[in-house]
Every structure is written in C-alpha cells, then in structure tokens.
Unconditional design. Structure first.
Length: 296
C-alpha cells in the first residue's frame, strides 16, 4: 500500500526489469552529462591558460623589442653573446629584419675586423661556463637568418640581406676565423682551436638544411617577373646555399639529402642562374656536391 492506504498494483517480473533498466539508463545519462560538463570545464581552463600564456609572451616580446638596442661599435664577446640571445627571444622576420642585420654586422666585425682577443667571435665559447650557451645562440642566429631569407625579397635586398649572407659565408668555414688561426698557430692551444672549429662546424651543419630552404624560398619569390636581386646578392645567396648543402665550406662529408633537394629545386632552377655566364657557385662547392654520388 501507499501512504493513503491504497494498495499498489503488483508489477510483473518483466515490468520490474524494465523499470530497473530505465533507472540505470537515467543514472548513466546523468553521469555522462556530469563527466561532459567536467571535461568542458577542464578544456576551457586549459584554453584560457594557453591564451594567457600567448598573451604574456606577446607582451614580453613587445617589451623585449622596445628595450633592445644595438650599438654600432664592437662589443666584448660576452656582451655580444647576451645581445644576440636577447634578439633571438623576440625576433620575428616580418618585424625585426633591421635588428638582425645590425647583429650580423657586429658579429662580422668581431670576426674579421682585427678585433682584440676579448672581442673576437668565439672567445665566449672558450669559457666553459658559456660554451653551451654560445652553441645555442649560434644555432639560433643561423636559424633566424634562414627564416629572414625565406621572406620575399625586400625593396633594397643588398642593405637588408647583405649582412646576413656575408655572415653565413663567414661562419661556414671556421678555419678562416682569426681566433681559430691564432689558437692553431700555438702548439699549446692547438687542441682548443680544434674544439672551437668542431663546435662551429657542427652547429653550422645542423642549421644548414634550414639555410638552404630559406635561400630557395627567397629566390623562388623572385622568379615571377623581374628579379629584384642584383647580381652580387644573387651570387652570394646561391653560394651560401651551395656551401650549406655540403654542410659548410670545410665539410668533407657527402651532401645531405635534406639540403640537396631545396638546392636543386629552389635555388639552381632560378632563371638568372641558368645563364651559362652566371658563374656564381664556387668550384670548390661544386666539387664537393659532385662527390655525393649517394645523394644524387
């Protein structure tokens, strides 16, 4: 009976089973709804946190860019390392091309301008406390140059791209660095010279495929219509790509597949390079390319 004393109708076994199934289905539906609501809440929290991080990074990049300043005179090796690492934290190819060119000029000055030992490129790598950071910054600088080259050619490519291409050519052969030559001339520091050469060469080799792709995209953007690149810039770009495809000017290994493909289809197919008189790739680089029978 119910509370009013009215007898309840007796349910058959089939009806009781049906009622039990419906009760379990309602409970499962409610549990699934609660789980879905919890998942949506967690997903919203993750997305909001990611949005806050992106906004924070964008604001941090803006603050770093506003505070960054590049002097015109040469800097001590440690300060140049800090300045370059600072730039890499906010570098965007569309906005910071001039800043990257300025850093490349400073680095070139520390390479071949007869700078004192404390201002020579690579001096920071000789300090064990800075060796790893020097390799990281050098690798990041090479990748930033490659990303900058991948943009369409600017109106005045020689002023913007010239320092990048000259630096990529200089960094490709550590044996030409004055510091390496000085260290190698002294028997006591010959091992240090070999270590510095190895660090520079392996870092360049690691970034070489990105450099070749960047040059290929640069030249590809100039194939439709008159090429805005002058002959000197075009020749420097093709030379950088050819040397990078071989892993560096001092590389003895066969060309790498990931570097050869963009060289063939992005660089050497440029109409200006198809001219028989356009001898812009150095014979030494061509000889190393021909040695890679397994790649071709």
């Amino acid at each position: 009976m119910d509370g009013a004393g009215i007898p309840r109708p007796k349910l058959s076994a089939v009806e009781r089973a049906r009622a039990a199934r419906e009760g379990r289905a309602r409970a499962a539906f409610a549990a699934a709804g609660a789980a879905a609501a919890a998942w949506r809440g967690a997903a919203a929290s993750v997305l909001q946190a990611a949005a806050r991080r992106l906004a924070g990074r964008a604001q941090q990049r803006a603050e770093l860019r506003a505070a960054w300043c590049c002097p015109e005179e040469a800097l001590p090796a440690g300060q140049l390392l800090v300045l370059t690492g600072w730039l890499l934290r906010f570098h965007e190819p569309q906005r910071d091309g001039d800043a990257l060119a300025a850093v490349c000029r400073l680095t070139l000055a520390s390479l071949f301008a007869g700078a004192p030992r404390d201002r020579a490129f690579g001096t920071a790598a000789l300090d064990r406390r800075l060796t790893r950071r020097w390799v990281e910054v050098l690798h990041g600088l090479l990748l930033s140059c490659a990303a900058q080259l991948s943009l369409p050619a600017p109106p005045q490519p020689a002023a913007t791209l010239g320092p990048l291409l000259r630096l990529l050519l200089a960094l490709a052969d550590p044996d030409t660095w004055p510091l390496v030559k000085t260290l190698a001339a002294d028997q006591k520091s010959a091992a240090t010279a070999r270590a510095l050469r190895l660090m520079g060469a392996t870092t360049y080799t690691a970034a070489a495929p990105a450099v070749v792709r960047g040059v290929g995209q640069l030249l590809l953007s100039t194939q439709d219509g008159p090429a805005p690149l002058d002959r000197a810039t075009l020749g420097a770009a093709a030379t950088v790509a050819a040397i990078a495809a071989c892993g560096g000017a001092g590389g003895e290994a066969a060309p790498r597949v990931e570097g050869v493909r963009p060289l063939l289809f992005g660089v050497l197919t440029h109409p200006a390079l198809c001219d028989a008189g356009a001898a812009v790739v150095p014979p030494a680089a061509l000889a190393r390319m021909k040695a890679g029978d397994g790649v071709w």
